[in-house]
Design a protein around this ligand. Structure first.
Ligand code: GDP
Length: 458
Protein backbone atom coordinates (compact mmCIF):
# COMPACT_ATOMS: atom_id res chain seq x y z
CA UNK A 1 0.00 0.00 0.00
CA UNK A 2 1.25 3.45 -0.84
CA UNK A 3 1.11 5.76 2.09
CA UNK A 4 0.46 9.14 0.51
CA UNK A 5 -2.65 10.68 -1.01
CA UNK A 6 -2.47 11.88 -4.57
CA UNK A 7 -4.60 14.42 -6.41
CA UNK A 8 -4.94 15.52 -10.02
CA UNK A 9 -7.18 17.25 -12.50
CA UNK A 10 -8.57 14.31 -14.48
CA UNK A 11 -10.22 16.12 -17.38
CA UNK A 12 -8.43 17.76 -20.32
CA UNK A 13 -7.23 21.32 -19.99
CA UNK A 14 -9.51 24.10 -21.20
CA UNK A 15 -13.04 25.33 -20.55
CA UNK A 16 -15.68 22.58 -20.67
CA UNK A 17 -18.99 21.55 -19.19
CA UNK A 18 -17.44 19.55 -16.36
CA UNK A 19 -13.96 19.35 -14.85
CA UNK A 20 -12.99 16.61 -12.43
CA UNK A 21 -10.58 16.65 -9.50
CA UNK A 22 -9.61 13.23 -8.31
CA UNK A 23 -7.99 11.94 -5.14
CA UNK A 24 -6.64 8.57 -4.08
CA UNK A 25 -4.91 7.40 -0.93
CA UNK A 26 -5.62 6.85 2.77
CA UNK A 27 -6.50 10.52 3.37
CA UNK A 28 -8.57 10.96 0.20
CA UNK A 29 -11.95 11.33 1.89
CA UNK A 30 -10.63 13.61 4.64
CA UNK A 31 -8.74 15.82 2.16
CA UNK A 32 -11.96 16.17 0.14
CA UNK A 33 -13.90 16.95 3.32
CA UNK A 34 -11.58 19.88 4.10
CA UNK A 35 -12.14 21.42 0.67
CA UNK A 36 -15.83 20.72 0.24
CA UNK A 37 -18.81 22.04 2.19
CA UNK A 38 -22.13 20.25 1.58
CA UNK A 39 -25.16 22.51 1.23
CA UNK A 40 -27.32 20.31 3.46
CA UNK A 41 -27.05 19.91 7.23
CA UNK A 42 -25.10 16.62 7.05
CA UNK A 43 -21.30 16.64 7.07
CA UNK A 44 -19.62 15.23 3.95
CA UNK A 45 -18.41 12.03 5.60
CA UNK A 46 -21.82 11.43 7.17
CA UNK A 47 -23.02 10.69 3.66
CA UNK A 48 -22.68 7.16 2.37
CA UNK A 49 -19.70 6.26 0.15
CA UNK A 50 -20.41 6.79 -3.57
CA UNK A 51 -23.26 9.17 -2.83
CA UNK A 52 -23.04 12.34 -4.91
CA UNK A 53 -23.24 15.30 -2.53
CA UNK A 54 -24.00 18.84 -3.70
CA UNK A 55 -22.03 21.69 -2.17
CA UNK A 56 -19.28 24.31 -2.39
CA UNK A 57 -15.70 23.72 -3.43
CA UNK A 58 -13.51 25.85 -1.16
CA UNK A 59 -10.17 27.32 -2.13
CA UNK A 60 -7.17 27.08 0.21
CA UNK A 61 -8.39 30.21 2.03
CA UNK A 62 -11.81 28.63 2.69
CA UNK A 63 -13.64 30.78 0.11
CA UNK A 64 -16.27 29.10 -2.09
CA UNK A 65 -15.09 28.96 -5.70
CA UNK A 66 -17.66 26.68 -7.33
CA UNK A 67 -20.86 24.69 -6.79
CA UNK A 68 -19.86 21.07 -7.29
CA UNK A 69 -20.80 17.44 -6.76
CA UNK A 70 -18.52 15.35 -4.61
CA UNK A 71 -18.35 11.66 -3.70
CA UNK A 72 -15.92 9.36 -1.94
CA UNK A 73 -15.34 5.62 -2.17
CA UNK A 74 -13.70 3.35 0.36
CA UNK A 75 -10.97 0.91 -0.64
CA UNK A 76 -10.76 -1.76 -1.77
CA UNK A 77 -13.98 -1.06 -3.69
CA UNK A 78 -12.62 1.71 -5.85
CA UNK A 79 -10.70 2.11 -9.10
CA UNK A 80 -7.33 2.24 -7.34
CA UNK A 81 -8.27 -0.12 -4.53
CA UNK A 82 -7.59 2.75 -2.07
CA UNK A 83 -9.94 5.34 -0.61
CA UNK A 84 -10.77 7.80 -3.36
CA UNK A 85 -12.76 10.98 -3.82
CA UNK A 86 -13.92 12.86 -6.86
CA UNK A 87 -15.07 16.44 -7.23
CA UNK A 88 -17.15 17.23 -10.30
CA UNK A 89 -16.72 20.94 -10.87
CA UNK A 90 -17.61 23.29 -13.68
CA UNK A 91 -15.01 22.85 -16.39
CA UNK A 92 -13.15 26.07 -15.63
CA UNK A 93 -9.35 25.81 -15.71
CA UNK A 94 -9.17 28.47 -12.98
CA UNK A 95 -11.62 26.67 -10.67
CA UNK A 96 -9.74 23.42 -11.20
CA UNK A 97 -6.35 25.05 -10.55
CA UNK A 98 -7.62 26.69 -7.33
CA UNK A 99 -9.36 23.48 -6.29
CA UNK A 100 -6.21 21.45 -6.84
CA UNK A 101 -4.21 23.98 -4.84
CA UNK A 102 -6.71 23.56 -2.00
CA UNK A 103 -6.37 19.77 -2.14
CA UNK A 104 -2.59 20.16 -1.87
CA UNK A 105 -2.96 22.54 1.07
CA UNK A 106 -5.22 19.94 2.71
CA UNK A 107 -2.51 17.26 2.47
CA UNK A 108 -2.56 15.70 -0.99
CA UNK A 109 0.32 15.76 -3.44
CA UNK A 110 0.32 15.99 -7.22
CA UNK A 111 -0.23 12.59 -8.85
CA UNK A 112 2.35 11.47 -11.40
CA UNK A 113 1.42 10.42 -14.94
CA UNK A 114 -0.60 7.22 -14.83
CA UNK A 115 -0.30 6.95 -11.04
CA UNK A 116 -3.99 6.18 -10.38
CA UNK A 117 -3.90 3.25 -12.79
CA UNK A 118 -0.51 2.19 -11.46
CA UNK A 119 -2.00 2.04 -7.97
CA UNK A 120 -4.95 0.07 -9.36
CA UNK A 121 -2.41 -2.44 -10.72
CA UNK A 122 -0.31 -2.54 -7.53
CA UNK A 123 -3.46 -3.11 -5.51
CA UNK A 124 -4.61 -5.93 -7.78
CA UNK A 125 -7.61 -4.09 -9.22
CA UNK A 126 -6.25 -4.46 -12.76
CA UNK A 127 -3.57 -6.68 -14.20
CA UNK A 128 -0.92 -5.29 -16.52
CA UNK A 129 -2.77 -6.09 -19.74
CA UNK A 130 -5.87 -4.40 -18.36
CA UNK A 131 -3.89 -1.39 -17.22
CA UNK A 132 -2.48 -1.09 -20.75
CA UNK A 133 -6.02 -1.34 -22.14
CA UNK A 134 -6.95 1.80 -20.19
CA UNK A 135 -4.33 3.68 -22.23
CA UNK A 136 -5.45 2.05 -25.48
CA UNK A 137 -9.06 2.99 -24.78
CA UNK A 138 -8.14 6.62 -24.30
CA UNK A 139 -6.15 6.67 -27.52
CA UNK A 140 -8.43 4.49 -29.68
CA UNK A 141 -8.54 5.70 -33.28
CA UNK A 142 -11.49 3.65 -34.45
CA UNK A 143 -14.64 2.00 -33.19
CA UNK A 144 -13.00 -1.40 -33.46
CA UNK A 145 -9.96 -0.16 -31.56
CA UNK A 146 -12.18 1.15 -28.77
CA UNK A 147 -14.12 -2.12 -28.61
CA UNK A 148 -10.91 -4.12 -28.40
CA UNK A 149 -9.55 -1.89 -25.64
CA UNK A 150 -12.83 -2.19 -23.74
CA UNK A 151 -12.74 -5.97 -24.16
CA UNK A 152 -9.17 -6.06 -22.91
CA UNK A 153 -10.03 -3.85 -19.96
CA UNK A 154 -12.87 -6.23 -19.14
CA UNK A 155 -10.28 -9.03 -19.08
CA UNK A 156 -10.58 -10.76 -22.49
CA UNK A 157 -6.81 -10.98 -23.02
CA UNK A 158 -6.11 -11.69 -19.36
CA UNK A 159 -8.55 -14.60 -19.41
CA UNK A 160 -6.98 -15.99 -22.56
CA UNK A 161 -3.49 -15.71 -21.06
CA UNK A 162 -4.87 -17.11 -17.81
CA UNK A 163 -6.16 -20.21 -19.61
CA UNK A 164 -2.79 -20.84 -21.26
CA UNK A 165 -0.98 -20.14 -18.00
CA UNK A 166 -3.22 -22.50 -16.10
CA UNK A 167 -2.74 -25.34 -18.61
CA UNK A 168 1.04 -24.92 -18.38
CA UNK A 169 0.94 -24.81 -14.58
CA UNK A 170 -0.89 -28.13 -14.68
CA UNK A 171 1.89 -29.58 -16.82
CA UNK A 172 4.53 -28.24 -14.41
CA UNK A 173 2.67 -29.41 -11.37
CA UNK A 174 2.55 -32.88 -12.79
CA UNK A 175 6.28 -33.02 -13.51
CA UNK A 176 7.20 -31.41 -10.20
CA UNK A 177 5.14 -33.88 -8.31
CA UNK A 178 6.83 -36.74 -10.10
CA UNK A 179 10.27 -35.29 -9.51
CA UNK A 180 9.84 -34.16 -5.93
CA UNK A 181 7.70 -36.95 -4.58
CA UNK A 182 8.70 -40.07 -6.43
CA UNK A 183 7.26 -42.26 -3.67
CA UNK A 184 3.80 -40.75 -3.80
CA UNK A 185 1.12 -42.54 -5.65
CA UNK A 186 0.73 -40.29 -8.70
CA UNK A 187 -0.43 -41.15 -12.18
CA UNK A 188 2.44 -42.20 -14.44
CA UNK A 189 3.48 -39.82 -17.20
CA UNK A 190 0.85 -39.56 -19.80
CA UNK A 191 3.36 -38.30 -22.30
CA UNK A 192 1.05 -38.19 -25.27
CA UNK A 193 -1.48 -36.22 -23.34
CA UNK A 194 1.08 -33.71 -22.12
CA UNK A 195 2.42 -33.37 -25.62
CA UNK A 196 -1.09 -32.58 -26.79
CA UNK A 197 -1.50 -29.93 -24.09
CA UNK A 198 1.79 -28.26 -25.03
CA UNK A 199 1.02 -28.36 -28.76
CA UNK A 200 -2.40 -26.86 -28.14
CA UNK A 201 -1.01 -24.04 -26.02
CA UNK A 202 1.67 -23.33 -28.61
CA UNK A 203 -1.15 -23.00 -31.16
CA UNK A 204 -3.03 -20.63 -28.85
CA UNK A 205 0.07 -18.48 -28.42
CA UNK A 206 0.70 -18.45 -32.16
CA UNK A 207 -2.89 -17.37 -32.74
CA UNK A 208 -2.40 -14.53 -30.27
CA UNK A 209 0.84 -13.56 -31.98
CA UNK A 210 -0.95 -13.53 -35.31
CA UNK A 211 -3.30 -10.91 -33.83
CA UNK A 212 -0.40 -8.45 -33.43
CA UNK A 213 -0.79 -7.21 -37.00
CA UNK A 214 -4.38 -6.22 -36.37
CA UNK A 215 -3.42 -4.68 -33.04
CA UNK A 216 -0.75 -2.56 -34.71
CA UNK A 217 -3.13 -1.61 -37.50
CA UNK A 218 -5.73 -0.47 -34.99
CA UNK A 219 -3.21 1.44 -32.93
CA UNK A 220 -1.24 3.10 -35.72
CA UNK A 221 -3.74 3.12 -38.57
CA UNK A 222 -3.15 1.94 -42.13
CA UNK A 223 -0.83 4.31 -44.00
CA UNK A 224 -2.86 5.23 -47.08
CA UNK A 225 -1.32 7.35 -49.85
CA UNK A 226 -3.71 9.35 -52.02
CA UNK A 227 -2.03 9.74 -55.38
CA UNK A 228 -3.05 11.17 -58.73
CA UNK A 229 -2.15 13.96 -61.08
CA UNK A 230 -2.59 17.56 -59.97
CA UNK A 231 -6.22 18.64 -59.77
CA UNK A 232 -7.53 15.08 -59.71
CA UNK A 233 -9.35 15.86 -56.46
CA UNK A 234 -6.99 14.28 -53.93
CA UNK A 235 -7.06 17.06 -51.34
CA UNK A 236 -10.81 17.43 -51.62
CA UNK A 237 -11.19 13.69 -51.05
CA UNK A 238 -8.92 13.83 -48.02
CA UNK A 239 -10.81 16.79 -46.60
CA UNK A 240 -14.14 15.06 -47.07
CA UNK A 241 -12.90 11.86 -45.48
CA UNK A 242 -11.39 13.69 -42.54
CA UNK A 243 -14.34 16.01 -42.26
CA UNK A 244 -12.70 19.38 -42.40
CA UNK A 245 -10.43 21.51 -44.56
CA UNK A 246 -6.98 20.36 -43.59
CA UNK A 247 -5.31 20.53 -47.01
CA UNK A 248 -5.42 23.65 -49.13
CA UNK A 249 -7.76 23.13 -52.07
CA UNK A 250 -7.44 25.29 -55.16
CA UNK A 251 -8.03 24.70 -58.84
CA UNK A 252 -4.47 25.62 -59.79
CA UNK A 253 -2.67 22.35 -60.54
CA UNK A 254 0.14 21.61 -58.15
CA UNK A 255 -1.12 23.42 -55.03
CA UNK A 256 -0.48 20.58 -52.67
CA UNK A 257 3.27 20.89 -52.63
CA UNK A 258 3.93 19.08 -49.41
CA UNK A 259 2.46 15.88 -48.08
CA UNK A 260 -0.34 16.18 -45.58
CA UNK A 261 -1.20 13.44 -43.11
CA UNK A 262 -4.56 13.07 -41.42
CA UNK A 263 -6.35 10.34 -39.53
CA UNK A 264 -9.81 9.09 -40.29
CA UNK A 265 -11.84 5.92 -40.01
CA UNK A 266 -13.16 4.41 -43.22
CA UNK A 267 -15.11 1.17 -43.40
CA UNK A 268 -14.22 0.63 -39.74
CA UNK A 269 -10.50 0.74 -40.58
CA UNK A 270 -8.39 3.51 -39.07
CA UNK A 271 -6.43 5.22 -41.85
CA UNK A 272 -3.52 7.60 -41.87
CA UNK A 273 -4.28 9.44 -45.08
CA UNK A 274 -1.31 10.90 -46.87
CA UNK A 275 -2.18 13.44 -49.53
CA UNK A 276 0.66 13.89 -51.94
CA UNK A 277 1.59 16.37 -54.58
CA UNK A 278 0.60 15.22 -58.06
CA UNK A 279 2.64 12.39 -59.43
CA UNK A 280 4.09 13.93 -62.52
CA UNK A 281 7.43 14.84 -63.90
CA UNK A 282 8.08 18.51 -63.42
CA UNK A 283 10.90 20.97 -63.78
CA UNK A 284 9.66 23.23 -60.96
CA UNK A 285 12.09 22.47 -58.10
CA UNK A 286 9.51 22.89 -55.32
CA UNK A 287 7.00 20.71 -57.06
CA UNK A 288 9.74 18.28 -57.98
CA UNK A 289 10.33 17.75 -54.27
CA UNK A 290 6.61 17.10 -53.86
CA UNK A 291 6.67 14.47 -56.59
CA UNK A 292 9.55 12.74 -54.86
CA UNK A 293 7.51 12.74 -51.69
CA UNK A 294 4.60 11.18 -53.58
CA UNK A 295 6.79 8.33 -54.64
CA UNK A 296 8.15 8.00 -51.12
CA UNK A 297 4.62 8.07 -49.70
CA UNK A 298 3.68 5.24 -52.05
CA UNK A 299 6.70 3.27 -50.91
CA UNK A 300 5.74 3.70 -47.26
CA UNK A 301 2.02 3.20 -47.80
CA UNK A 302 0.14 0.03 -46.95
CA UNK A 303 -2.80 1.09 -49.11
CA UNK A 304 -3.06 3.46 -52.09
CA UNK A 305 -6.00 5.44 -53.42
CA UNK A 306 -5.22 6.20 -57.06
CA UNK A 307 -7.39 9.17 -57.98
CA UNK A 308 -8.40 9.92 -61.56
CA UNK A 309 -10.70 12.80 -62.52
CA UNK A 310 -13.61 11.11 -64.29
CA UNK A 311 -14.90 14.40 -65.68
CA UNK A 312 -11.75 14.77 -67.79
CA UNK A 313 -10.14 12.58 -70.37
CA UNK A 314 -7.66 10.06 -69.12
CA UNK A 315 -4.20 11.47 -69.76
CA UNK A 316 -0.81 9.88 -70.26
CA UNK A 317 0.03 11.12 -66.73
CA UNK A 318 -2.94 9.24 -65.32
CA UNK A 319 -1.84 6.10 -67.06
CA UNK A 320 1.73 6.44 -65.84
CA UNK A 321 0.45 6.96 -62.33
CA UNK A 322 -1.80 3.89 -62.51
CA UNK A 323 1.13 1.90 -63.84
CA UNK A 324 3.36 3.11 -60.98
CA UNK A 325 0.68 2.25 -58.43
CA UNK A 326 0.05 -1.24 -59.74
CA UNK A 327 3.78 -1.92 -59.85
CA UNK A 328 4.03 -1.38 -56.10
CA UNK A 329 2.14 -4.65 -55.63
CA UNK A 330 0.31 -3.06 -52.68
CA UNK A 331 -3.42 -3.12 -52.11
CA UNK A 332 -4.96 -0.18 -53.94
CA UNK A 333 -8.28 1.28 -54.93
CA UNK A 334 -8.98 2.99 -58.22
CA UNK A 335 -10.93 6.09 -57.30
CA UNK A 336 -12.70 7.86 -60.17
CA UNK A 337 -13.35 11.32 -58.73
CA UNK A 338 -15.81 14.17 -59.40
CA UNK A 339 -18.70 11.86 -60.18
CA UNK A 340 -21.09 14.79 -59.88
CA UNK A 341 -19.49 16.26 -63.00
CA UNK A 342 -19.68 13.18 -65.21
CA UNK A 343 -22.23 10.55 -66.17
CA UNK A 344 -19.85 7.63 -66.08
CA UNK A 345 -16.15 7.10 -65.91
CA UNK A 346 -14.44 6.63 -69.23
CA UNK A 347 -11.38 5.45 -67.35
CA UNK A 348 -13.18 2.75 -65.37
CA UNK A 349 -13.00 0.27 -68.26
CA UNK A 350 -9.21 0.46 -68.24
CA UNK A 351 -8.92 -1.10 -64.84
CA UNK A 352 -8.64 -4.85 -64.54
CA UNK A 353 -11.62 -6.62 -63.05
CA UNK A 354 -9.73 -7.57 -59.87
CA UNK A 355 -8.83 -4.05 -58.86
CA UNK A 356 -11.28 -2.59 -56.39
CA UNK A 357 -12.70 0.51 -58.02
CA UNK A 358 -15.25 3.11 -57.13
CA UNK A 359 -16.74 6.32 -58.53
CA UNK A 360 -16.96 9.06 -55.92
CA UNK A 361 -17.86 12.68 -55.55
CA UNK A 362 -16.04 14.28 -52.66
CA UNK A 363 -18.43 17.19 -53.10
CA UNK A 364 -21.71 15.27 -52.63
CA UNK A 365 -20.30 12.31 -50.70
CA UNK A 366 -21.58 9.86 -53.29
CA UNK A 367 -19.54 6.66 -53.46
CA UNK A 368 -17.71 7.16 -50.16
CA UNK A 369 -19.67 4.36 -48.50
CA UNK A 370 -18.54 2.01 -51.24
CA UNK A 371 -14.96 3.22 -50.81
CA UNK A 372 -15.35 2.30 -47.13
CA UNK A 373 -16.67 -1.16 -48.03
CA UNK A 374 -13.70 -1.76 -50.33
CA UNK A 375 -11.26 -0.73 -47.60
CA UNK A 376 -13.00 -3.01 -45.09
CA UNK A 377 -12.68 -5.88 -47.57
CA UNK A 378 -8.97 -5.21 -48.02
CA UNK A 379 -8.37 -5.16 -44.25
CA UNK A 380 -10.92 -7.61 -42.87
CA UNK A 381 -11.43 -8.07 -39.16
CA UNK A 382 -10.92 -11.50 -37.63
CA UNK A 383 -14.58 -12.20 -36.85
CA UNK A 384 -13.91 -15.28 -34.74
CA UNK A 385 -11.81 -13.61 -32.04
CA UNK A 386 -13.74 -11.78 -29.35
CA UNK A 387 -13.04 -8.10 -28.77
CA UNK A 388 -9.98 -7.59 -26.62
CA UNK A 389 -8.39 -10.93 -27.35
CA UNK A 390 -5.46 -9.56 -29.28
CA UNK A 391 -2.01 -8.25 -28.54
CA UNK A 392 -1.84 -4.51 -28.92
CA UNK A 393 1.70 -3.50 -28.10
CA UNK A 394 5.34 -4.50 -28.49
CA UNK A 395 5.70 -5.48 -24.83
CA UNK A 396 2.81 -7.91 -25.06
CA UNK A 397 4.06 -9.23 -28.36
CA UNK A 398 7.57 -9.76 -27.06
CA UNK A 399 6.37 -11.57 -23.93
CA UNK A 400 3.96 -13.75 -25.93
CA UNK A 401 6.71 -14.54 -28.43
CA UNK A 402 9.07 -15.64 -25.64
CA UNK A 403 6.32 -17.76 -24.11
CA UNK A 404 5.59 -19.35 -27.50
CA UNK A 405 9.24 -20.12 -28.14
CA UNK A 406 9.65 -21.64 -24.70
CA UNK A 407 6.57 -23.84 -25.16
CA UNK A 408 7.92 -24.88 -28.54
CA UNK A 409 11.25 -25.90 -26.98
CA UNK A 410 9.43 -27.80 -24.23
CA UNK A 411 7.44 -29.64 -26.85
CA UNK A 412 10.56 -30.55 -28.78
CA UNK A 413 12.25 -31.70 -25.58
CA UNK A 414 9.28 -33.87 -24.74
CA UNK A 415 9.27 -35.39 -28.20
CA UNK A 416 13.01 -36.02 -28.01
CA UNK A 417 12.55 -37.87 -24.72
CA UNK A 418 14.52 -35.39 -22.58
CA UNK A 419 14.24 -35.77 -18.81
CA UNK A 420 11.37 -33.92 -17.11
CA UNK A 421 13.62 -31.43 -15.32
CA UNK A 422 15.01 -30.13 -18.63
CA UNK A 423 11.51 -29.68 -19.94
CA UNK A 424 10.45 -27.94 -16.76
CA UNK A 425 12.96 -25.15 -17.36
CA UNK A 426 11.28 -24.31 -20.65
CA UNK A 427 7.75 -24.44 -19.28
CA UNK A 428 8.84 -22.30 -16.37
CA UNK A 429 10.26 -19.75 -18.80
CA UNK A 430 6.98 -19.72 -20.70
CA UNK A 431 5.11 -19.12 -17.44
CA UNK A 432 7.46 -16.30 -16.49
CA UNK A 433 6.86 -14.65 -19.86
CA UNK A 434 3.08 -15.04 -19.54
CA UNK A 435 3.30 -13.75 -15.98
CA UNK A 436 5.04 -10.68 -17.33
CA UNK A 437 2.17 -10.15 -19.73
CA UNK A 438 -0.35 -9.95 -16.95
CA UNK A 439 2.09 -8.90 -14.23
CA UNK A 440 1.46 -11.95 -12.07
CA UNK A 441 4.08 -13.90 -10.07
CA UNK A 442 5.14 -17.40 -10.91
CA UNK A 443 6.65 -19.55 -8.20
CA UNK A 444 3.93 -19.14 -5.62
CA UNK A 445 1.25 -20.16 -8.10
CA UNK A 446 3.10 -23.31 -9.02
CA UNK A 447 3.65 -24.44 -5.47
CA UNK A 448 0.06 -23.57 -4.55
CA UNK A 449 -1.20 -25.61 -7.43
CA UNK A 450 0.90 -28.66 -6.59
CA UNK A 451 -0.36 -28.88 -3.04
CA UNK A 452 -3.95 -28.07 -3.72
CA UNK A 453 -4.40 -30.31 -6.71
CA UNK A 454 -2.21 -33.26 -5.92
CA UNK A 455 -2.68 -33.21 -2.18
CA UNK A 456 0.92 -34.29 -1.59
CA UNK A 457 2.69 -33.59 1.68
CA UNK A 458 -0.60 -33.20 3.58
P1 GDP B 1 -5.64 17.80 -56.06
O1 GDP B 1 -4.69 18.67 -56.77
O2 GDP B 1 -5.66 16.43 -56.64
O3 GDP B 1 -5.45 17.77 -54.58
O4 GDP B 1 -7.11 18.38 -56.36
P2 GDP B 1 -8.05 19.28 -55.43
O5 GDP B 1 -8.66 18.45 -54.37
O6 GDP B 1 -7.30 20.50 -55.04
O7 GDP B 1 -9.22 19.62 -56.45
C1 GDP B 1 -8.99 20.30 -57.65
C2 GDP B 1 -10.28 20.97 -58.07
O8 GDP B 1 -11.30 20.02 -58.30
C3 GDP B 1 -10.81 21.93 -57.01
O9 GDP B 1 -11.35 23.06 -57.65
C4 GDP B 1 -11.91 21.13 -56.35
O10 GDP B 1 -12.92 21.93 -55.82
C5 GDP B 1 -12.43 20.30 -57.49
N1 GDP B 1 -13.03 19.04 -57.03
C6 GDP B 1 -12.43 18.11 -56.27
N2 GDP B 1 -13.26 17.07 -56.04
C7 GDP B 1 -14.44 17.39 -56.65
C8 GDP B 1 -15.71 16.72 -56.75
O11 GDP B 1 -15.94 15.62 -56.23
N3 GDP B 1 -16.67 17.34 -57.49
C9 GDP B 1 -16.45 18.54 -58.07
N4 GDP B 1 -17.46 19.07 -58.75
N5 GDP B 1 -15.29 19.19 -57.97
C10 GDP B 1 -14.27 18.64 -57.28
Amino acid sequence: MTADTIAAISTPWGPGAIGILRLSGPEAARVAEKCFKPLGHKGFLEHKPRELVYGDLLDSGGEAIDRVLCAYSLGPNSYTGEDTAELQCHGSPMVLALGLEALFAAGARQAKAGEFTRRAFLNGRLDLAQAEAVGDLLEAQSREGARHAAGQLAGALSRKIGDIYSALVDVMAHFHAVLDYPDEDIDPFRLKELEKVLAHQEGELNALLASCGRGKLLREGVACAIVGRPNAGKSTLLNTLVGYDRAIVTDIPGTTRDTVEERCELGGVPLRLIDTAGLRDTADPVERLGVERSRKAMEEAELIFAVVDMSADLTAEDQEMLQAVSETGKPWVFVASKKDLAESSRSMGLIGGDTPSVEVSALTGEGLDKLGTLVAELFPREEAAPYGQLLTNARQEEAARRAGEAVHRALEALQAGVTPDALLTDVEEALAALGELTGQSVREDITDRIFSKFCVGK
